[in-house]
Design a protein around this ligand. Structure first.
Ligand code: PLP
Length: 491
């Protein structure tokens, strides 16, 4: 098999890159059988572990699939690894108010990412640990033979809820008990359940500006009246919350999504006070609070909540992978029964085999090891990205607070929105997938910004990506110099 290794970095990542390029260029067609790992290792003069690791990484990213006993094949579904991208049929008028609102809110063009770009900086592709596929396969196999196959506990397997309590106490400062935990299919379902339990049509929900647009869509489709509350360097501006408290405030305190700041301790106290006085609920979306670098995490909002008003939501989509569709809620005591009822009516409980596999992975220490690996790896990619931005973009971008998670937000105050749109289009042409922060705002921000996801690219790729980014900025600067002086960069 003809594969050209580029000589940069460890052998397994060279091989992964070479195979990806063969697949993307069509040299390896969908459905093609890959050589057995031993044979390829001999042919390339590398160890079999190197080939196994590369195959594992390709499998995790959806480039190849493995068939037990018959080897690995180029994936036939690689073209659509994400949710369906086609707009739903518009052939009938919507039959319900929900369907009508959902049509208005769900914009299928937003997730139409630049997945086909060689260097895609899409946020939230957590294929960081190349061994996770193998580890997870083992856990699933174990769980399949150790799980009772009848309908399981609606609230979630007790063993998983116990593991989550232990984990939350150790890592997030939250003391809770398994009877307060509800296992859900990710944050998305937590929001759906919260809408059903807490909101009638027209009830108010305060949400950060900028925000996680899926949360906006979910609440909006349910018929909530949404209030966009500004954020600044300390997170949610609590003083901008309305005098009359809404039913719910949705926040991302550990790492404001997508702008980056951590909700300061003073603001945390202010928000809790507000909820107590106004008798409203807070939903704490701790989507990547586990992934913290350099500065220690603040305790979760839930850990400071003496009034039992915070609904804490954790997800395995970032720390494991999105396709797992598992997350959990820590519920205020008085809301437990209503949420469990809603979960029962929704799907009778999340898949038990996956829950058992996850509980076992947590119990035997595999999850903690994986988390340590991920944190270390992501931190080194984050540093590479920051160093690359400093080198190639310099003062043309301002890097926002970047101490957590899987993405960095950069602001381009010296450019206008049209210039940044042109920059994105140009980057796309050059094989670099960049994403504007604008879709996460209800009203476009004054200053254009980009969300740079760094979990889907290796350090070498990040270096190359920042170099390309710098070249795209140079091109925009050159175009501005040729245009009228008013379009010129202010710097
Ligand atoms: C702010 C935020 N919350 C939660 C999630 C995870 O959602 P889910 O658990 O439904 O996959 C994401 C994923 O992109 C996110 O960006």
């Amino acid at each position: 098999m003809f594969l050209e290794l580029d000589g940069h970095g460890p052998h397994y990542s060279q091989l992964t890159r070479a195979m990806k390029s063969a697949i993307l260029s069509g040299r390896l067609v969908a459905g093609a059988r890959l050589p057995p790992t031993r044979a390829l290792a001999e042919e390339l003069g590398v160890s079999r572990i190197t080939v196994l690791t590369a195959y594992e990484q390709l499998r995790a990213e959806g480039y190849i699939v493995g068939r037990v006993g018959s080897g690995s094949y180029v994936s036939t579904s690689r073209a659509e690894p994400m949710p369906p991208q086609q707009a739903p049929s518009r052939s009938i008028t919507p039959l319900t108010r929900y369907a009508k609102r959902a049509r208005q809110l769900v914009d299928w063009s937003i997730p139409a990412r630049h997945r086909d770009r060689r260097l895609d900086m899409q946020y939230g592709r957590p294929q960081v640990n190349p061994t996770l596929g193998t580890l997870w396969g083992r856990e699933l196999a174990w769980a399949a033979t150790h799980t009772r196959l009848e309908y399981s506990n609606v609230q979630g397997l007790p063993v998983l809820r116990e593991q989550i309590c232990d984990h939350l106490a150790r890592r997030r400062g939250i003391r809770t008990s398994p009877d307060r935990i509800l296992i859900v299919s990710g944050t998305q379902q937590a929001i759906t359940l919260a809408s059903r339990v807490l909101l009638d049509e027209g009830d108010e929900v305060a949400i950060e500006e900028p925000h996680y647009f899926s949360a906006w869509q979910q609440f909006g489709a349910h018929g909530a009246s949404l209030l966009a509350i500004p954020t600044d360097q300390e997170g949610l501006v609590c003083s901008a919350l309305p005098k009359q408290a809404p039913r719910l405030v949705m926040v991302t305190p550990s790492h404001q999504f997508p702008a980056g700041p951590t909700l300061s301790m003073a603001r945390r106290q202010e928000l809790l006070r507000y909820a107590r006085i106004g008798s409203c609920w807070i939903m704490e979306d701790d989507y990547d609070g586990e992934l913290r670098y350099e500065s220690p995490p603040l305790p979760a909002l839930r850990a400071l909540d003496d009034d039992d008003r915070v609904i804490y939501v954790g997800t395995y989509s970032k720390v494991m992978f999105g396709a797992l569709r598992l997350g959990y809620m820590v519920l205020p005591e008085v809301l437990c029964d209503d949420f469990i009822n809603a979960k029962y009516l929704c799907d009778r409980g999340s898949p038990a085999v996956q829950q058992a596999a996850l509980a076992h992975f947590m119990e035997n220490g595999g999850f903690d090891r994986h988390l340590r690996f991920m944190t270390k790896e992501l931190n080194s990619r984050r540093r590479e990205l920051i160093a690359g931005l400093q080198q190639h973009a310099g003062d043309r971008v301002r890097i926002a607070d970047a101490h957590a998670g899987m993405h960095i937000t950069v602001w381009l105050s010296a450019y206008d929105h049209a210039q940044v749109d042109a920059l994105i289009a140009d980057a796309h042409e050059r094989g670099l997938g960049l994403y504007s922060i604008a879709p996460h705002y209800q009203k476009p921000p004054d200053v254009p910004g980009l969300i740079l996801g760094y979990c889907g690219l290796s350090k070498a790729q990040l270096h190359e990506a920042t170099q390309l980014f710098g070249e795209c900025l140079d091109a925009i600067d050159a175009a501005a110099r040729e245009l009228s002086p008013t379009r010129r960069r202010r710097a």
